[in-house]
Design a protein around this ligand. Structure first.
Ligand SMILES: CC(C)(COP(=O)(O)OP(=O)(O)OC[C@H]1O[C@@H](n2cnc3c(N)ncnc32)[C@H](O)[C@@H]1OP(=O)(O)O)[C@@H](O)C(=O)NCCC(=O)NCCS
Length: 247
């Protein structure tokens, strides 16, 4: 874990001006996984039981459990009172408002790590990817990235390209997850910066710079094996980084 990940305070208040992000390993000891499992509904347990690969099972149970634990903490609702509904493309959200407030969240898990993000009243997407040096960057970038992104990536020095590839990938995924459409949005419809150090994540939407300015895409600091990004439709929004509390 790198970056300034703090201990979650008991009295955390979510806000329209912030996104609260929790990081956890999902490769936890059996007893910790069991604690998260206790927070899952019957339908969620049934979904988990269908996962034959242990890593995937733990990713789902720990991520969903942590999400419900944190939603319960910030809303004051009992875990059993949290009900999810799904958008047309599968994006889960809380059914109804909580005390008149629109609590929004998104999660991502990859190769034993997970991120949970919660905010109030904003559209929000988060994406986490393991950086795989052997990735077929050219074929994937040609298929999924815009022409401008592909050109920018091709111009990168060899030793920077894979990091830039995953920077681009996570920024694009975070954005389409915030919109809620997944890849159905059309991944070539917008350009992101592939520069991991750049301050502007989203460059334009269908060529429109002003529409892009309604959004912010932030890097989430991870260790050198992962890349992660957060997209939110509130440019002034800050991200607060929390370590997942343990039982
Ligand atoms: C779900 C989706 C949006 C992201 O999938 P992913 O990157 O494999 O998975 P992540 O771990 O980042 O996110 C999964 C979580 O997103 C949430 N989710 C599901 N559908 C979603 C949607 N349409 N929008 C936003 N979030 C969604 C769920 O909470 C899910 O968690 P769960 O499976 O534990 O319930 C998927 O539909 C998708 O678009 N995959 C495309 C991947 C790809 O080829 N990208 C091209 C590179 S840019």
């Amino acid at each position: 874990m790198t970056g300034d990940w703090q201990t979650t305070p008991d009295n955390l208040e979510i806000s329209t001006r912030r996104v609260d992000v929790w990081l956890t390993s999902t490769e936890l000891a059996e007893e910790q996984v069991l604690e998260y499992k206790k927070l899952l509904s019957g339908a969620e347990l049934a979904r988990a039981e269908k996962m034959a690969v242990a890593v995937k099972y733990k990713e789902f149970v720990v991520t969903r459990g942590l999400l419900k634990q944190m939603l319960s903490r910030v809303t004051g609702l009992d875990v059993s009172a949290l009900h999810f509904i799904h958008g047309e493309h599968g994006k889960p959200c809380l059914a109804g408002t909580v005390a008149g407030k629109n609590v929004a969240f998104n999660v991502s898990h990859s190769h034993g790590m997970a991120l949970v993000a919660i905010t109030l009243g904003n559209r929000l997407g988060i994406d986490l990817e393991k950086i795989r040096q052997e990735v077929e960057w050219q074929a994937l970038a040609r298929r999924f990235f815009s022409a401008a992104e592909f050109r920018a990536l091709s111009r990168q020095p060899d030793d920077c390209r894979i990091k830039s590839f995953f920077t681009c990938w996570t920024r694009k995924e975070a954005f389409v997850k915030a919109v809620g459409n997944g890849i159905a949005y059309g991944l070539k419809e917008f350009d992101v910066s592939i520069d991991p150090g750049g301050s502007t994540g989203l460059l334009n939407i269908r060529g429109d710079i002003e529409e892009a300015a309604d959004w912010v895409i932030k890097n989430i600091p991870m260790n050198e094996n992962y890349a992660a990004a957060l997209a939110v439709d509130s440019p002034g929004c800050d991200a607060r980084l929390w370590k997942a509390p343990r039982y």
